[in-house]
Design a protein around this ligand. Structure first.
Ligand code: DC
Length: 231
C-alpha cells in the first residue's frame, strides 16, 4: 500500500536523517528537496550566474539534470554527470541557497522535478520547507519538525565537522538564524507548518526516538487505511 510522507521544518531540526530512517523502515524512496535547491545554487555559482538574476536561474532550473543515486544508507547527488554530494554542503552554498529559493519562477521549475520524483508506485518520504503545503498537499502523513536554535546549530556544527568542514559553532548559529528568517519571510511558499501537520520538537529526542515516532504515525495511517478498506 502506497504512502506519501511530508517532512518540513527549519535547518538542523533533523529532517533529512529522520526522513532517511523512516523511508528505509517503510521500504520506500526518500527525496531530499533541499539538495535540489542546493544543486541549482551550485550550478549557478559554477556558471558565474549572478544569484540575483532570476531569469538566468529559471533557465538553469529548466535544464537542471539531477540524479539521486542510492549509496548505502545515503544517496549521491549527480548533476550533469558530476558528483556534487559533498560540494553542495559547502558553507558557501548553505549561505547562498536561500536567495535562490526565493524566486517564484525558480520554485515553479523545481516543483516539476519534485513532482516527478514523488511519483513512485510505492510512495515517498520527502523533506523540505513546503512539502506539506505545496509539493504534497495530499500527503498521508505530514510532520513539522522543530528544535531550539541552539540544538539545531550544535547538530549542524557536528555534522559539518564530520563532513570535514572547518567551522565555528557561533558562526553556524548566526548563519542558521539568517537562513531561517529568509525561508520564513519569502513570499513564495515560505517555511510554514501545514494546518494538518503534526508538530514534533526533537530538541530532547535522539534521531532514533524521533524516527520511531514518525514511523509509528505512518504505521497508524497505513493500518487505518487498511481497516477502512476492509469494513
Ligand atoms: O534542507 P536544506 O538545508 O538542504 O535546504 C537548503 C535550502 O533550500 C533552504 O535554505 C531552503 C531551500 N528549500 C526550500 O526553499 N524548499 C524546499 N522544499 C527545500 C529547501
Amino acid at each position: 500500500m502506497t504512502i506519501k510522507v511530508a517532512i518540513d521544518g527549519p535547518a538542523g531540526a533533523g529532517k533529512s536523517t529522520i526522513a532517511k530512517h523512516v523511508a528505509k523502515q517503510l521500504g520506500i524512496p526518500y527525496v531530499d528537496t533541499g539538495a535540489i535547491y542546493r544543486s541549482l545554487a551550485w550550478q549557478a555559482i559554477n556558471a558565474n550566474t549572478p544569484l540575483d538574476d532570476e531569469n538566468s536561474l529559471v533557465q538553469l532550473a529548466e535544464s537542471l539534470d539531477i540524479l539521486f543515486i542510492p549509496d548505502g544508507d545515503s544517496q549521491r547527488v549527480i548533476v550533469r554527470g558530476i558528483d556534487i554530494t559533498h560540494a553542495i554542503r559547502e558553507p558557501e552554498i548553505s549561505n547562498k541557497v536561500s536567495l535562490v529559493a526565493t524566486y517564484p519562477q525558480v520554485r515553479k521549475e523545481l516543483l516539476t522535478i519534485q513532482t516527478t520524483l514523488s511519483q513512485s508506485a510505492l510512495g515517498v518520504v520527502m523533506d523540505g520547507r513546503d512539502i506539506g503545503t505545496s509539493i504534497l498537499p495530499d500527503a498521508d502523513v505530514k510532520i513539522f519538525l522543530t528544535a531550539t536554535v541552539e540544538v539545531r546549530a550544535r547538530r549542524r556544527f557536528e555534522e559539518m565537522k564530520r563532513q570535514g568542514f572547518d567551522v565555528e559553532l557561533e558562526k553556524v548559529l548566526l548563519e542558521l538564524e539568517a537562513r531561517d528568517q529568509a525561508d520564513k519571510q519569502r513570499k513564495a511558499s515560505p517555511l510554514r507548518m501545514a494546518d494538518d501537520a503534526v508538530a514534533l520538537d526533537t530538541s530532547l529526542l535522539t534521531i532514533e526516538e524521533a524516527s520511531a515516532m514518525v514511523a509509528a504515525l505512518c504505521e497508524v495511517r497505513l493500518r487505518t487505511r487498511r481497516y477502512n478498506k476492509f469494513i
